[in-house]
Design a protein around this ligand. Structure first.
Ligand code: NAD
Ligand code: UFG
Length: 336
């Protein structure tokens, strides 16, 4: 079986390529390296001892994508390619709509033309907006606070309409919670350009001395320690969820959404504490103002993925912090 992985050189995509290759799938990657470097794919090959096919191609490039489908018999697609910075999306909404939504439409059209109608889509917990916690898949979605989040919601809806029009599609919408951690080898991990927006890469850059101090965004939330609560999930657990989803779409038709989270919330201060334990480093941090748009607390009810996909998260926050720090220490200047 051959799986096309769009955005396969990115953080979650690269970990998923490792799991796919280890499980015996052939892997074809399409990436324009907007937020990654080709060397990541060399490292995926080093970890697995296997090779993958790679195309330096933008998903908005219809001719380029058609070439990928004509040169490979693709059985299913895992679609990671997209822009993901929430703050940036509020400043550059058209770029986000064009890249994420238009890029996805071109991909779906090329898939349809090639007769490949099986896809796993990277969605996000952000689609739930202000629902009661824990989030469940049948809750209403779409009350979303950023253009980025709206691209996820709209693409879910587009895929819903695609399935309504043609029931031979098989579609899995994976709603990720907060992926952190890295591959145990320390060869691949999260390596954002510039100053990180997200908590864990910020923490690890403070720990390695590249940033001076972490600001905890708000200490006055209505949570046990006053800081926000999120459902952190090890990126390898998340990657493995894609294997379960691929196995499922290969044998069925339909459209299903799944929460991919641990089902447990951790506060920012708990994550800081876990990182300090794992690294042995005292983190320099201050409690600052709230960040606009942050919800006080959310976490998943992952029962549907547990029971229907047979997927379970294995790792806790200690392992997530250990592997993050291992990656950061081994790659102080990122992946080159
Ligand atoms: P990432 O930026 O590390 O990876 C995305 C990859 O897609 C990059 O390699 C980038 O170069 C590529 N890409 C972007 N636009 C492209 C285009 N037009 N054509 C070809 N390649 C393109 O991000 P990630 O953290 O690995 O996230 C993967 C997916 O999961 C994204 O769709 C993201 O929105 C979604 N997601 C991520 C998180 C998270 O916290 N990391 C949470 C929920 C959902
Ligand atoms: N935080 C800080 N300081 C920082 C960065 C983050 O205190 O420097 C806090 C935030 O306020 C939040 C928590 O750490 O309480 C986690 O923040 P992240 O930015 O790491 O993650 P978010 O929960 O805000 O959002 C992430 C992705 C979204 C995705 C969402 C759910 O960025 O794209 O998880 O999957 F939608």
């Amino acid at each position: 079986m051959t799986i096309l992985v769009t955005g396969g050189a990115g953080y979650i995509g690269s970990h998923t390529c490792v799991e796919l290759l280890d499980a015996g799938y052939d892997v074809v990657v399409v990436d324009n390296y907007y937020n990654s470097v080709p060397a990541v794919l060399d490292r995926v090959e080093k970890i697995t001892g296997k090779t993958l096919r790679r195309y330096d191609c933008d998903i908005r490039d219809r001719d380029g994508l058609e070439k990928v489908f004509s040169e490979n018999k693709i059985d299913a697609v895992i679609h990671f390619a997209g822009l993901k910075a929430v703050g940036e999306s509020t400043k550059l909404p058209l770029l986000y709509y064009e890249n994420n939504i238009w890029g996805s439409i071109v991909l779906f059209e090329v898939m349809e033309k090639a007769g490949c109608k099986k896809i796993v889509f990277s969605s996000s917990a952000t689609v739930y907006g202000n629902n009661p916690i824990p989030y469940k898949e049948d809750m209403p979605t779409g009350d979303v606070s950023s253009p980025y989040g709206r691209t996820k919601h709209f693409i879910e809806k587009i895929l819903g309409d695609v399935y309504e029009a043609d029931n031979s599609w098989s579609i899995s919408l994976l709603r990720y919670f907060n992926p952190i951690g890295a591959h145990e080898s320390g060869l691949i991990g999260e390596d954002p350009n510039g100053i990180p927006n997200n908590l864990m890469p910020y923490i690890s850059r403070v720990a390695i001395g590249k940033l001076e101090k972490l600001t905890v965004f708000g200490g006055d939330y209505d949570t046990p320690d006053g800081t926000c609560i999120r459902d952190y999930i090890h990126v390898v657990d998340l990657a493995r969820a894609h294997l379960c989803a691929v196995a499922d779409i290969l044998k069925t038709t339909g459209i299903e959404a799944y929460n991919i989270g641990n089902g447990k919330g951790s506060s920012v201060l708990e994550i800081i504490n876990a990182f300090e334990q794992a690294s042995g480093i005292k983190l320099n941090y201050v409690i600052g103002d709230r960040r606009a748009g942050d919800l006080p607390a959310f976490y998943a009810d992952p029962t549907k993925a547990n029971t229907r996909l047979g997927w379970h998260a294995e790792y806790g926050v200690d392992k997530m912090c250990l592997d993050t720090w291992n990656f950061q220490r081994k790659n102080p200047d990122g992946i080159r």
